[in-house]
Design a protein around this ligand. Structure first.
Ligand code: IMP
Ligand code: MG
Length: 220
């Protein structure tokens, strides 16, 4: 018989019971109620996000299977999330991937609380470790002008990772015009300001389970 008698068996977590699911649902509804007057339209539903994340994870898993077999600390794929917008997507993506990954975060400022990109990028929080020789996948919530990402790519490339790619959940039309290499894209969306699933307006709405547009009254 293999394995140590003290080691707990590794298996997927228990499925939530009906009672748990009902409690979660009630909490979600109460939270959504607080935002109900602010959201104009749901652009991408929770289910669509879930399906797309699973699809992207399958693709990423297949692409990195050989390079990142998970046979040692330094061979794990390193996900670099851009705070705070990418947090929801990053954690869901990590849990959907068939490979062991490690998580790192960076915070950069390019927006403040306005709704258009300034083009000025400043590091608010840098990575906690060296990425030289590592396979790095930047995880982004949304690419709008592409300014933040092209700056980030240059910055991280100078640290000599073994490879550097980008996985973005959303991409707006302007980003398609800019020459930023984005290997994985979830959804191409219209040129509208969106919130939810990590994305904020003045720090609100990140906790929505879907992606939606705001009522114009919110901006005044
Ligand atoms: P970019 O430099 O114009 O590509 O802007 C990228 C960053 O701006 C994203 O990572 C977001 O944090 C923020 N951003 C861009 N568009 C939106 C939006 O529609 N809603 C919320 N944040 C956005
Ligand atoms: Mg972002």
């Amino acid at each position: 018989m293999g394995g140590c008698c003290c080691a707990p068996p590794i298996r997927a977590g228990r499925q939530p019971t009906d009672r748990h699911a009902a409690v979660w649902q009630r909490r979600l509804e109460t939270r959504l109620e607080a935002y109900s007057n602010d959201i104009a339209d749901v652009l991408i539903t929770e289910q669509q996000i879930r399906d797309k994340t699973a699809e992207l994870a399958k693709q990423v898993g297949a692409d990195y299977r050989e390079r990142c077999p998970g046979d040692g600390r330094d061979s794990d794929l390193l996900l670099v999330g851009v705070l705070k917008g990418a947090v929801m997507f990053m954690t869901d993506l990590a849990r959907a991937l068939p490979l062991p990954v490690q998580l790192e975060f960076m915070a950069v400022s390019s927006y403040g609380s306005a709704t258009s990109s300034s083009g000025v990028v400043r590091i608010l929080k840098d990575l906690d470790r060296d990425i030289a020789g590592r396979h790095v996948l930047i995880v982004e919530d949304i690419i709008d002008s592409g300014l933040t990402l092209s700056w980030l790519l240059r910055n991280l490339q100078s640290r000599q990772p073994a490879s550097l790619e980008v996985c973005a959940l959303l991409r707006k039309p302007d980003a398609v015009k800019v020459d930023v290499p984005v290997r994985y894209v979830g959804f191409d969306i219209p040129n509208e300001f969106v919130v939810g699933y990590g994305l904020d307006y003045a720090e609100r709405y990140r906790d929505l389970p879907y992606i939606g547009t705001l009522n114009p009254a919110v901006y005044v």
